[in-house]
Write a protein that binds this ligand. Structure first.
Ligand code: PBG
Length: 326
């Protein structure tokens, strides 16, 4: 009898057969592109540690959105950088805030584009934490819930299709769900950042969003990278509170967690290929140490193979262009 490896090799050798028997396929429809909306006028500022990623003021945001739409990327997720920050994060609730204005603008031109908003306070508080602080300087979980719910409502009013709380406060999915339902937004789904690790991979994002905590860190409300079972507990809580989609963040160092949740929960799984993961590929690519495009596609494919249905990624535009060439 012939050894099977000969036939395995045959299957791998022809590109056509390889494609036919491939188990995982990337598509532009898998991607969600993050957008930073900054206060002010006529701004397009490149983020130093994230080459190719810009912060746009509302009046110029459509330059980016047009391109994203033309490429066939179905969704964006918006982050706001306000001019005014205070202890309560009050700018997050303004109907004329950066995110609210951008949502209206995008939905007006592209009603079929899916607009997701990040619901959090860290970009809006003067101290950079994801919630309101107690006098002692700890994050006050319960006091924060009401503000987050109001923020989500404000995004829904502006026309957001999906709201995505990223703060990791306990009970925030329920608080947001109730607030949306009471105000006639029962149809707006919640994408919960259910499993968010206290990670060093968020470094470049914090520069981009000016949201580095002024003191302390986020370890009390973000997860310990050593824990996997806790991810199931966190996701279970969020689903019981009414989350419609669950997120794992970061992606690359947590492929096992993506796979675990994909096996465990019959819900769409979203993975956030975060800023630090992007910057590493860009830096090594610039130095000529890796084949940047191939590494990028391999990373995105691995996230999908692990079980993610959707990927939030700064690579979305470049990856979409490469997928078009195929
Ligand atoms: C919090 C938030 C963060 C990211 C997305 N939402 C930062 C944090 O928790 O510090 C990070 C995303 C990235 O690194 O690309 N609003």
């Amino acid at each position: 009898m012939e050894f099977p490896y000969l036939r395995l090799r045959r299957l791998r050798k022809s590109q056509t057969i390889r494609d036919m028997v491939r188990e995982t396929h990337l598509s532009v429809k898998d991607f969600i592109y993050p957008l930073f909306v900054v206060h002010g006028k006529n701004k397009k500022e490149e983020i130093k540690s994230m080459p190719g990623i810009f912060r746009y003021s509302v009046d110029r945001i459509m330059e980016e959105v047009d391109e994203v739409y033309e490429l066939g990327i179905p969704a964006v997720i918006l982050f706001g950088i306000p001019s005014h920050k205070d202890e309560q994060g009050s700018s997050a609730l303004r109907d004329d805030g950066e995110v609210q204005q951008a949502v209206r603008k995008i939905k007006k031109k592209y009603p079929d584009m899916v607009v997701i908003t990040d619901v959090c306070l860290c970009e809006y508080t003067s101290h950079g934490h994801c919630g309101i602080l107690t006098k002692k300087g700890d994050v006050d979980n319960d006091a924060t819930l009401e503000v987050l719910a109001e923020e989500a409502l404000s995004h829904a009013r502006a026309g957001a299709d999906i709201v995505a709380p990223s703060d990791m406060m306990d009970g925030r999915v329920l608080a947001i769900r109730e607030k949306l339902d009471e105000n006639g937004y029962e149809h707006i789904p919640i994408l919960s950042y259910s499993v968010k690790y206290a990670s060093a991979f968020y470094g470049p994002f914090r520069d981009a969003a000016e949201s580095t905590p002024a003191f302390g860190d986020r370890r009390s409300y973000q997860m310990d990278p050593g824990n996997a079972k806790e991810a199931i507990r966190e996701a279970t809580l969020d689903i019981n509170e009414g989350a419609d989609m669950i997120m794992v963040k970061p992606a690359l160092s947590y492929l096992d967690i993506i796979s675990l949740l994909a096996d465990e929960f019959p819900y769409p799984i979203v993975a956030y290929n975060v800023s630090g993961e992007y910057s590493m590929v860009k830096a090594a690519g610039k130095l000529g140490w890796i084949d940047e495009n191939r590494v990028m596609m391999e990373i995105l494919l691995s996230i999908k193979r692990a079980g993610a249905d959707l990927i939030i990624t700064y690579h979305a535009k470049e990856a979409a262009k490469l997928l078009q060439l195929k």
